[in-house]
Design a binder for this molecule. Structure first.
Ligand SMILES: C[S@@+](CC[C@H](N)C(=O)[O-])C[C@H]1O[C@@H](n2cnc3c(N)ncnc32)[C@H](O)[C@@H]1O
Length: 389
């Protein structure tokens, strides 16, 4: 049985109201600068394509997006940040729908809209998903699956299902996000057998726990928690059998930038101190000190979505330094253009034939403002330091 406390939530609960959030998630725009088109990406670290227009930034009269009524309602901050998960999943769903990569699960978390995403955005997402997944698979290979994975700020991420499909699951896979986001994700899981069956197949007991903003099963837990509250986070993870002795991979894909530099440093330090053998993957903005970056920050701020931790996103060096000064032994970072350039040629040819892209410069602008970083501590015997994408 898939029930727990038996509370039911309407699945349409979020989809209609979320339209009001689009302003907070606005992710991309082409602006004309003298003689030159530039692509500016906002929020969510990944980009959408909507031009900046007032209607796009539709919020309630109070100025707060009505769906997110958490403790930060009215500050604009929590609302905008939580709303970024919709845009990430929508961009991923769009790219999947035109064949960039295989993911039969994402369609169950987000509805396709009429809006098309630009080719450079789709390619950006392809590189992001490919890069992160390569690192995850490398960690699983080195540890032979005798490990746990914690996806921090997971939103509607589908990695658990993709790993299950490839028979690559770790001992336990954890996801953490704000309780409101988790509740939405659980609603989709409860309603869609394609999502719930893989969890049930792995679970020995007759029923598993799904209660409001918690799912706990033998191999998969989804936990509603605020990543800035480390005492609360640790308490919840321990309750759902986090094992600090197991090699642990922590993933933060477009998440840290929404916290202050101190808050993300504390989270990174907590991760390093909690596990003897661990790896941390961070994907987010970089090179944000230039004009492109400053415009991105300003546009987001106008949409009530503050990149509170953007000061760490100055350079690849500042990204690595945050990891190294908070307990991690080695750290590497590449911008996404470098990663894109080293993708397997056959894959690049395949995805580049899906859609025509007239201006490579736009792609480069985008890719140079995002990076993939990974850090390791312990695990010499496993060769974790050798991991690369
Ligand atoms: C841009 S989305 C990315 C979602 C997912 N990682 C992906 O790449 O598809 C950022 C996610 O981080 C979550 N998040 C940001 N700050 C958080 C915090 N303090 N505690 C928990 N979740 C947080 C948001 O709710 C959102 O789901």
């Amino acid at each position: 049985m898939f029930g727990g406390a038996g509370r039911r939530f309407g699945l349409n609960h979020c989809s209609s109201k979320n339209k009001n959030l689009r302003g907070c998630e606005a992710t991309g725009s082409r602006l004309s600068s003298p003689g030159k088109r530039l692509l500016f990406f906002f929020c969510n670290c990944s980009g959408g394509t909507d031009p900046i227009r007032p209607a796009y930034c539709k919020v309630s009269k109070s100025g707060a997006a009505p769906f997110f009524r958490g403790k930060e309602r009215g500050t604009g901050r929590g609302e905008g940040v939580q709303g970024t998960c919709d845009d990430a999943s929508l961009c991923k769903r769009f790219a999947v729908s035109i064949g960039y990569w295989h993911d039969p699960y994402i369609q169950h978390f987000v509805r396709l809209t009429k809006e098309r995403k630009a080719p450079e955005i789709n390619r950006g997402y392809f590189a992001r998903v490919h890069g992160v997944f390569q690192l995850i698979k490398a960690f699983l290979k080195k540890t032979e699956g005798n490990c746990q994975i914690m996806n921090l700020g997971a939103g509607m991420d589908t990695t658990f299902w993709k790993l299950k499909e490839e028979n690559l699951l770790p001992v336990k896979y954890f996801e953490v996000d704000f309780p409101m986001i988790v509740t939405r994700k659980l609603n989709s899981i409860k309603a869609k057998p394609l999502l719930s069956n893989p969890i049930m197949e792995l679970h020995s007991a007759e029923s598993l726990l799904i209660d409001g903003h918690i799912l706990d099963s033998s191999r998969f837990a989804i936990v509603g928690a605020d990543l800035r509250d480390l005492v609360g986070l640790e308490e919840k993870l321990k309750k759902y059998n986090m094992n600090t002795q197991l090699p642990t991979l922590l993933i933060a894909e477009c998440v840290l930038v929404y916290m202050t530099a101190d808050q993300s440093a504390n989270l990174i330090k907590w991760a390093a101190n909690s596990f003897k053998t661990a790896m941390f993957i961070n994907y987010e903005q970089v090179n944000m000190d230039d004009r492109f970056g400053r415009i991105m920050i300003e546009n987001l701020r106008r949409r009530q979505c503050d990149l509170a931790g953007v000061e760490v996103c100055k350079s690849l060096a500042s990204q690595k330094e945050r990891l190294l000064s908070n307990g991690w032994e080695t750290a590497r970072a590449v911008d996404m253009m470098e990663l894109y350039s080293s993708l397997p040629q056959a894959e690049v040819s395949r995805i580049e034939s899906l859609e025509f892209l007239d201006e490579m410069e736009l792609l480069e602008q985008l890719m140079k403002h995002y990076c993939l970083c990974w850090a390791v501590k312990g695990g010499d015997h496993l060769g974790l330091c050798e991991i690369t994408f």
